[in-house]
Design a protein around this ligand. Structure first.
Ligand SMILES: [Zn+2]
Length: 136
């Protein structure tokens, strides 16, 4: 990977595996400009997972869509982006345990989000349920 400041090749100086989110974190050093930054390696779920809607349609799983739906429900909080990022990561970890051959039911995703939001913020769970329980 090249340096984000000068474009030179970087070296990995530290790395850690994050069990909870199934990611690998790496600290990189640029030998040219001495900049230090970190990267996170994670599974590309867009290609790995499909979602079966309640009406039976199959579409690709979009992490951004999951994040946005959670974010919308957390807008009343002080740090909705950080909170939504954390909850989305938790849900993806949960879903990776129930995805069969990479196929998820939309209801599994909705139930999983509701369960997490219920523990985290009741108002957010109510908001999310209002938008997702009766929709397709
Ligand atoms: Zn550099």
């Amino acid at each position: 990977m090249v340096c984000i400041y000068c474009g030179s090749q970087t070296q990995v100086i530290n790395s850690r595996s994050r069990q909870r989110t199934n990611q690998t974190w790496r600290r990189r050093l640029c030998p040219t400009c001495k900049a230090i930054f970190s990267t996170t390696e994670s599974v590309n779920l867009y290609q790995a997972w499909s979602v079966k809607s309640i009406s039976g349609e199959i579409s690709e799983f979009m992490e951004e869509k999951l994040f946005l739906s959670i974010y919308e429900s957390l807008k009343h909080r002080k740090s909705p982006i950080i909170d939504a990022r954390y909850i989305a990561a938790t849900i993806i970890t949960k879903l990776s345990k129930v995805a069969k051959d990479g196929l998820l039911d939309q209801m599994q995703i909705i139930d999983s989000v509701l369960e997490s939001l219920n523990h985290f913020d009741k108002a957010a769970a109510t908001h999310y349920a209002a938008f997702h329980n009766q929709s397709n």
